[in-house]
Design a binder for this molecule. Structure first.
Ligand code: ZN
Length: 251
């Protein structure tokens, strides 16, 4: 077992890493890359947010499952009556946050492409950051597993599967953009490249409820995201023309 950051005061929050020296070392390397080495402000926002918010109850643990999962998973740790969940409704995805909880992330780095490799979202640092966004949301009681695979939602919304994954994908996309990589379209498999610019995404009426909810539920995070100047950032879109066909031709 080890901690990230390794040299921190043992009384301050850290991310705990478990499951064998070689894999622990790799996860530590990935955390350091997301947090510092990549120079991504989105990556730093999420890792700092986890480290600065945590107490013993909200600790984030990353565990080696010792085999490929063909996925990665973040589960709340001992939540008290769904304390990781807001009162998510169709009109307010993140209303009335819970008290927050820790998380356990199951992540097998060796089944993913190297840093910067593979299809959008398939590099191991992007997979880990995606899960860290889930953990960040659980700590603050705003992790919403509201199912988007409902007929009431547009098809391009349904393809995010649940509310949490919209945020995990969009924030990881800002990170990918800062790293000069392509962005991910949705939660579908196999992963596909996003074919829209940031202005198109933030202007899409079908996505408006996600952005409104996050501004209300995590204003500090949104302030941090708005300060990031990169090619793809729906919280700070560059003044590009909206490709109207990309909005209106999609079901
Ligand atoms: Zn996810």
């Amino acid at each position: 077992m080890r901690f990230y950051p390794a040299a921190a005061n043992p009384n301050s929050p850290r991310i705990r890493i478990r499951g064998g020296g070689r894999t622990e070392a790799e996860i530590e390397r990935l955390l350091l890359h997301i947090h510092v080495g990549s120079q991504s402000r989105a990556g730093a926002l999420i890792v700092d947010g986890i480290l600065n918010n945590g107490d013993a109850r909200e600790e984030v643990i990353i565990e080696n499952p010792h085999h490929a999962l063909h996925n990665a998973f973040t589960d709340p740790r001992q939540p008290h009556h769904h304390s990781d969940q807001p009162n998510s409704t169709v009109n307010g995805f993140l209303d009335n946050p819970g008290r927050g909880s820790g998380s356990k992330i199951r992540f097998f780095p060796w089944e993913w492409h190297q840093i910067g490799g593979g299809r959008p979202g398939d590099a191991r640092d992007e997979v880990l950051l995606h899960e860290l966004v889930h953990a960040f949301m659980s700590q603050r009681g705003i992790s919403s597993v509201r199912n988007l695979r409902r007929r009431r939602f547009a098809r391009r919304v349904r393809l995010f599967d649940m509310v949490d994954d919209f945020y995990a994908i969009m924030i990881t996309n800002v990170y990918a953009s800062e790293c000069g990589r392509p962005t991910l379209r949705d939660h579908g498999f196999p992963s596909r490249r996003l074919n829209r610019n940031a202005m198109s995404v933030i202007s899409d009426p079908q996505f408006a409820a996600f952005f409104t909810a996050l501004t209300g539920a995590a204003p500090d995070l949104v302030t941090g995201l708005r300060a990031i100047d990169t090619e793809f950032n729906p919280w700070n879109p560059r003044m590009e023309l909206i490709d109207a066909t990309s909005v209106f031709n999609e079901p």
